[in-house]
Design a protein around this ligand. Sequence first.
Ligand SMILES: N[C@@H](CCC(=O)N[C@@H](CS)C(=O)NCC(=O)O)C(=O)O
Length: 209
Amino acid sequence: MIDLYTWTTPNGRKVSILLEELGVDYTAHPINIGQGDQKTPEFLEISPNNKIPAIVDHDTGLKLMESGAIMIYLADKYGKFLAADGEARTKTIEWLMWQMGGLGPMLGQVHHFLHFNPGKAAYAEERFAAEAKRLYGVLDKRLEGRDYIVDDYSIADMACWPWISRYEWQQIDLADYPNVRAWYQRLAARPAVQKGYHVPKKVGEIPAG
Ligand SMILES: N[C@@H](CCC(=O)N[C@@H](CS)C(=O)NCC(=O)O)C(=O)O
């Protein structure tokens, strides 16, 4: 049994989508980051960086924070969505790290400056809007002639997709990135993605793309 500590954000949804795809038994615990649940001493015992997502695996007693590390751990544990070795594993981790180090943090800044605080910092809005467009372009190029980011559907897709699902907050028109749009809709049609998106609670429909 796995306990998942999460909230309705892209980083949280990455892990709930993976758990749904794996079909494993888990309990989702809402950590409302808007009201400071992530700063309680109990949660800091599990996630010392006071951020969601985090898991506790009761099979092993392992406590784990950082969505990328959690995804690699779960994919390896259940032997799915990440090859055990070889080039497919390396390329999947490459694109997972691209999400962790680039797509997620940069789009997070886009949400902060363009969606939540427009008009406060023109330079930051311009900088991060341009970076978002650049990153969408990188993903669009990668998806040229491919159904998934690496050959098979993997944790790299599950890591990137929830960030792309916020394309409206990012003022991105998916029509400008046709390969991203087709991939986005391909994943959105998956029952496990739909279920994982609404964990720990439903806050709206999945954007249509
Ligand atoms: N690198 C971390 C980032 C996690 C993260 O930024 N979580 C946000 C929600 S998406 C959070 O918990 N924010 C609360 C806070 O910063 O206090 C990961 O991928 O797990």
